[in-house]
Design a protein around this ligand. Sequence first.
Ligand code: XMP
Ligand code: MG
Length: 185
Amino acid sequence: MNIDPSGSLGEILFTEEQIASRVRELASQITQDYQGKSLVVMSVLKGSVFFLTDITRHIDLPVELEFVKISTYKGTTQPQVQPRFEHGLPWVHGKNVLLVEDIVDTGETLHYAREALLQNGVASVRICVLLAKEGYQSRGGCVPDYIGFCIPNLFVVGYGLDYQERFRNLPCVAVLHQSGDGESK
Ligand code: XMP
Ligand code: MG
């Protein structure tokens, strides 16, 4: 990875207005799908916070909020990167959980979260992401139930997504300029 440390922004993929309109569409789909039920909307920190607060305000159901932080680390015994909950899982036994995440790339993070929730006896778990990177279906991880937008295989920032903690507060989603080859993560 070789990104300009000043972090130069490229093309805007989705404006504030486009995001707001798509978020309302997703919220009304979710409201319809969960008619008569209550929902625990579980935000994966930090990238999904703006998405969470916007989408939940348009979900017309009884909603509880929960927050989890998932970190990925490279274990000493296993070669692949392993996700884990930094502060454990909240008590959601018997509840309908909607996991809200900023972006799916390989799908490993969300696959891990979904399996952990199922093992903890949730009534149901569905996944809602703002963005899905092109080719995510073939990477073997989780396939979300609700997707805001599909995007090309580029590193993006804004509306919660960061590069080294910067750019989260951009109201739009934009490409981060990268010099050199390879995808950043
Ligand atoms: P996986 O591969 O587990 O990865 O689906 C999902 C996590 O990787 C981060 N990620 C990004 N973050 N811009 C970001 O700011 C991106 O383009 C990007 N692609 C992946 C993100 O933390 C997500 O939770
Ligand atoms: Mg994230």
